[in-house]
Design a protein around this ligand. Sequence first.
Ligand code: ADP
Ligand code: GLC
Length: 480
Amino acid sequence: MKIVHVASELFPYMKTGGLADAVGALSAALADHGHEVAVFLPGYRAALEHKDAAKAARTLRVKVELADDVLSGDVRVFSPRPNLKVYLMCREEFFDRRGAYGNGERDYEDNADRFIFFCKAVVETLRLIEFSADIVHCHDWQAALLPVLLREAERRHNVTLALKTMFTIHNIAYQGLFPAKTFARTNLPAELNQMDGLEYYSQINLLKGGLVFADRVTTVSPRYAREIQTPEFGCGLDGVAQTRAEDIVGLLNGVDPAIWNPATDRHIPARYSAGDLAGKKICRAELLKRCKFPADFTGPVFGIVARMTAQKGIDFVLENRDFFLADNVRLVVLGAGEKRIEEDLQALAKLAARKVFFSPRLDEAMSHLIEAGSDFFVMPSVFEPCGLNQMYSQVYGTVPVVSRVGGLADTVVDADADPEHGTGLMCEPNAASLFDALQRALVLFADQPRYAAVQQRGMVRDFSWKVAAEAYERLYQESM
Ligand code: ADP
Ligand code: GLC
């Protein structure tokens, strides 16, 4: 098949969260299966500075309309592996910046123009290179206009650019909501700016475009596919999601074994596997050292790696500060995002520097060290479309403590509720329930044979992308 992916993140060229890992691993798995895969990504500064982009094979120039403006962009193409091409949609004005969506404090004010331009440039490129895709698969709100723009361009130019379109919702909390006047920038017919189109309470909602107009819609876990059809998790789009109930499928993300594998991981000081955990002890010792914790500490180390947003339930962790200030545990947190959460964690780490460590940075190597060196990984999300870190944790023999929502509920089994199959500990998304799970973690850690059994079961589980990629392949085939 000829498969196009369109996304605002792609590991290792631009990453703010799991979207990058998911699109990177899925497109690679599909290419390795022999499909012809093209991934379209905005030409961010970081992507252009990456060594792979230096080999960019050819440059194409596209012109797109945004209302009455005609904007040009350059397309740079390179091939990081056989069967896979990455197309960077470049326009300095929009993408020659450090951040993908904002400067850390707030979102960029021209995000509507940036991503409408991106989507239009993709359509125009597909037309010019005559790619004739079997599937155009778009991800999240930044690419959600593609299905409708594609069909419009096909009508206008009387061509077929794609047989089918697929839209994956990685997070329905981010919708690309913009003032009504933004609609003009799409140059779409006015009838699409209505309740059954992009209009949403007198604004325009780009994610809704994907949800309404794509041939198939997927989310990144079966449970989240059901959740987004409820008022509690649908973030105002539950009604629209319900209208597509028959076309929405939940497919779990996987773990990319080339990147997240303790037996080959070059970011950690020693490698290990389920059969020989000696290396994990070395990783733990290194983590204690990096955090300036006492080297002879023997209690459980709790790790967190997450975007610092309300989604991740860090507030429940902060409400349990007394638990983490006790002498018998240590807490290591890596994550950047909302100032308020960063400041609260910073204050906690300052208060108890020998017990709590916090680094407010994006640090790929440190994220691997925390996965490898911790005894428990804490992820009490308020909602979680899929979640990758709870899977990475199991693969790294780090017992996850997670809330029973979305993909977390689909990928972790509670060791107390199901002693034979348990791979982690689960709670409800609130502080009191997290406290209970943390207490159970202490009990589990004190019983080392039982802890080791839980750890082993997680390590031998198969989270590989092979399963997920095959499920997408089947869905592509079914849709055609
Ligand atoms: P989300 O996509 O909602 O952020 P996921 O669990 O799906 O959540 O994926 C998060 C990804 O981002 C993981 O690969 C995680 O290791 C990574 N990550 C989050 N924060 C940081 C950080 N500060 N430094 C490095 N990696 C991070
Ligand atoms: C989103 C979700 C996360 C998911 C990731 C990749 O960022 O918040 O749960 O794992 O996308 O699909």
